[in-house]
Ligand binder design. Structure first.
Ligand code: NAG
Ligand code: NAG
Ligand code: NAG
Length: 398
């Protein structure tokens, strides 16, 4: 209530200071359920519990706008990247968002929310605020080992299908590689995986955040433990509010500071970022992550290897029975894969993607898109034209 009152007050104040009233996109401030329903799609909310006790939500768009209910549609699981949640597959609207497009094209769409993010910040025993150290002790490794199998088992159970289509963005690809290499029987449950801005080998990452953590590794680690800074950027209405005030279509900051934040996060991309959508995206994103997720990526950069978390020699021996962390065996990932990433991507760099592809036995297409950054395979103005249309054609063959 207080937040809402504050929001109204600040919006009113911001509106007074401008010549024209700020355009307020009707999707601004909506959560995933409200946004999906506002556009005329059905929304279902499912809960699963992982083997290690995390309570996760998976949001389902079982059919499209103009179709008659459940008619045995092929199920698809969409897993977003770090700091993102189910809403990030729909927040660019019915014409542009992959979640909506797939529902309209006849698929049964399931949007997973991985542990620690807005809708999955729960555990059967641990409290995310009181038991910080334990609750936030995970990276993409645990997401792949526990969250993905919980989603997949639940979906196959509910739909009575034997196999599903998978779409991962960024961390959503790394976690699938973890799952399929460590629990290879899951390879048979996936018809085709669409890897958007894929991540595995990461020796050439240029993200300033990752490079900072890598360069100041021991300082960062000491800081995290002394200040208990285990959770990073949890979801708050404040982001959306700031985005609406400072990044609306009349704001002088929209194309400078606001767009700049996206370029720092994913890479320079002035032709693909729809700056009008920043307040809508900011309404729910970032949606939180653990610090350990970011540290694990910095380790992939430092070690030039796609391997489990490095705890240091002594603890590695206890955990892994060897002084260095075990590598993930990409050779075991037999799922057919389509790879799409951008030439301006700060995370999925050509050298690393090519190395990953060379070790995966079943990559059907590996496409580098000129001018796209890390986020454009999700939100880019031309993502439908340059990626999604082709993906829909490929899916008919599987
Ligand atoms: C889904 O259901 C849970 C449990 O009832 C609830 O807490 C949560 O708010 C729901 N999520 C959405 C997006 O409505
Ligand atoms: C499948 O669903 C049924 C009915 O909801 C439930 O009783 C059963 O435990 C589920 N099985 C798995 C493996 O999730
Ligand atoms: C950008 O987003 C706005 C708001 O949803 C939309 O009206 C506009 O058509 C989009 N522009 C492009 C180039 O996609």
């Amino acid at each position: 209530m207080i937040t809402e009152a504050l929001m109204v007050a600040i919006l009113a104040f911001a509106a007074c200071g401008q010549n024209k009233p700020p355009i307020r996109n009707p999707d601004f401030g909506l959560n995933v359920k409200q946004l999906v329903q506002r556009h005329g799609y059905p929304f279902e909310n499912h809960t699963v519990v992982t083997q290690d006790g995390y309570i996760l939500e998976i949001h389902r768009i079982p059919y499209g706008r103009n179709s008659i209910a459940y008619n045995n549609r092929p199920p698809m699981l969409l897993i977003p990247g770090i700091m993102c949640s189910s809403v990030d597959w729909v927040n660019t609207g019915p014409e542009k968002a992959l979640g909506f497009i797939l529902a309209d094209r006849g698929y049964d769409v399931w949007l997973g929310n991985t542990r620690g993010t807005t809708w999955s910040r729960r555990h059967i025993r641990l409290d995310p605020d009181r038991d910080k150290k334990e609750f936030w002790d995970y990276s993409f490794h645990e997401i792949g080992s526990y969250d993905l199998p919980a989603f997949i088992d639940h979906m196959l159970n509910v739909t009575a299908h034997k196999r599903l289509f998978y779409v991962g963005h960024s961390q959503g690809t790394a976690s699938l590689f973890v799952l399929a290499s460590l629990k290879p029987h899951y390879n048979n449950k996936i018809r085709l995986s669409i890897a958007l801005s894929p991540l595995a080998y990461a020796a050439h990452i240029r993200s300033p955040v990752t490079l900072f953590i890598a360069k100041f590794w021991s300082l960062v680690e000491a800081f995290v433990h002394t200040t208990q800074f285990y959770e990073v950027l949890p979801s708050t209405p404040l982001f959306g509010l700031l985005a609406q005030i400072f990044c609306n279509d009349y704001s002088p900051f929209q194309n400078s500071i606001c767009a700049g934040i996206f370029y720092v996060a994913g890479g320079y991309s002035p032709d693909q970022l729809n700056t009008s959508l920043i307040p809508v995206i900011g309404s729910n994103t970032p949606s939180g992550s653990s610090m350990k997720q970011m540290q694990h990526y910095a380790q992939l950069y430092l070690s030039k290897s796609f391997r489990q978390y490095d705890y240091g020699g002594k603890i590695n021996l206890e955990k892994y029975n060897q002084p260095t962390p075990p590598k993930y065996d990409l050779g075991k990932v037999t799922i057919p894969h389509l790879f799409y990433y951008g030439s301006n991507d700060l995370f999925s760099r050509k050298e690393d993607v090519d190395k990953t592809v060379s070790e995966l036995p079943n990559v059907i297409i590996n496409k580098r898109i000129e001018g796209f950054n890390h986020l454009d395979s999700l939100w880019g103005i031309d993502a439908v034209k340059l990626i999604f249309n082709e993906v829909l054609e490929f899916m008919k063959q599987f």
